[in-house]
Design a protein. Structure first.
Lengths: 225, 157
């Protein structure tokens, strides 16, 4: 049962484990924060994976909206599930990081609020998908919601430059170059690349399963009739 | 026909959810567009907002921190580096990253004349700079914090 997406997911998870070991033992501590900053190597890649899932969801939604006949939401559902997981991971790691450094688990600044909204909307998509019967109206409504979710991502990303926040501004993609030492930056960029690979692999593995599930349901329904 | 009305109902449902989500987002975000006041802004409207629970962000003035460990009494001055300063009284241990020259967001109430604040919650706003020990650049850190804290400060009239 080892198809390509499964193999690439396993490979990705192995490289991810290596990156985590480097994050724990190889990369230097941060001068201002000490050891606790190492959670950045999980927090930031997880956030980028949550954003990428929304991007996949947007593409899948457009495809589903355009191909009216036989359209299914397998890819959208897979992207939403994976996206929700990564958004929760982002919120959780951010919260754990915020307590020792900011002095609070949570605050309603623009960055945190818009990220929380992303988690709610991913959850809402799954509820909507679950609550509607299969058919063109489900494809339409879920796809529209999928596009709305994707709109939140650039808002989250720019929130720290648009509004006053407790959350610090971007470290990597900023004018004037990165504000991180080279060793730290290269490991973080590697972490993001690996996490995106893992994220995409997860989405495709999940899509295969969702499609199989749906086909099995249809066949057993056909056999009953 | 029944099918048609069902899908219409769903479309309306989605519309309502969309509007609700947007509305919540807008109110939640707009009340947090000003997540904190700068010392300048807080002082300008101190008489109006005194007694309310507000947030003020600023830099901890070097040499201004007084810490009485046994009583858990902390006092320090926050500044916008443009001459507006507020003396803050806080009860309790500050976050680990609290220090002189650091960015902070203080939640609490401001005095009528805008010169002092009683803090209920003290949060650290650190910069996006990550450096290995020994290569820290104090000036860059200050510059980043200043930029992030006071980026859209409206000059008081």
């Amino acid at each position: 049962m080892l198809d390509k997406s499964r193999l690439s997911l396993m490979l990705g998870l192995c490289i991810l484990a290596t990156q985590w070991l480097l994050a724990w033992y190889w990369v230097p501590v941060d001068d201002a924060q000490g050891e606790v900053y190492r959670i950045i190597y999980l927090h930031v890649p997880a956030a980028f994976a949550a954003f990428t899932s929304a991007f996949v969801l947007a593409i899948a939604s457009i495809i589903a909206l355009r191909s009216k006949t036989n359209a299914n939401l397998d890819l959208s559902k897979a992207a939403t599930e994976v996206g929700l997981m990564f958004t929760i991971l982002t919120l959780a790691t951010g919260s754990i990081w915020g307590k020792p450094t900011w002095g609070t688990w949570w605050t309603w600044d623009a960055r945190l609020t818009t990220t929380f909204l992303l988690a709610l909307m991913y959850g809402g998509w799954l509820l909507l998908h679950n609550a509607t019967p299969e058919g063109p109206s489900r494809v339409r409504s879920c796809s529209i919601l999928g596009l709305m979710i994707a709109v939140d991502v650039p808002i989250i990303y720019k929130s720290v430059t648009w509004w006053r926040t407790l959350h610090q501004p971007q470290t990597i993609l900023r004018s004037g170059g990165s504000t991180m030492d080279d060793d730290m930056l290269s490991l973080l960029l590697a972490g993001i690349a690996i996490m995106l690979f893992v994220c995409i692999s997860m989405i495709f593995v999940r899509r295969t399963n969702i499609s199989l599930e749906r086909e099995l349901e249809q066949r057993s329904l056909g056999a009953m009739v | 026909m029944a099918k048609r009305s069902k899908s219409t109902a769903w479309m309306i449902g989605i519309g309502v959810i969309a509007i609700a989500v947007t509305a919540i987002a807008m109110t939640q975000i707009s009340s947090n567009i000003v997540y904190f006041f700068t010392p300048d802004e807080a002082q300008a409207k101190a008489a109006e907002i005194t007694g309310q629970n507000i947030k003020v962000g600023g830099m901890v003035v070097p040499g201004s921190v007084e810490w009485k460990a046994e009583a858990l009494d902390l006092a320090f001055t926050i500044s916008d580096l443009k001459g507006h300063e507020i003396r803050v009284k806080h009860k309790g241990t500050p976050p680990d990253m609290f220090k002189e020259g650091q960015g902070v967001v203080v939640e609490g109430s401001i005095s009528n004349d805008g010169t002092s604040m009683t803090s209920r919650k003290l949060m650290v706003k650190h910069s996006e700079e990550y450096k290995k020990p020994g290569s820290h650049n104090g000036d860059l850190n200050k510059e980043l914090l200043e930029k992030s804290l006071f980026k859209d400060q409206v000059p008081a009239k």
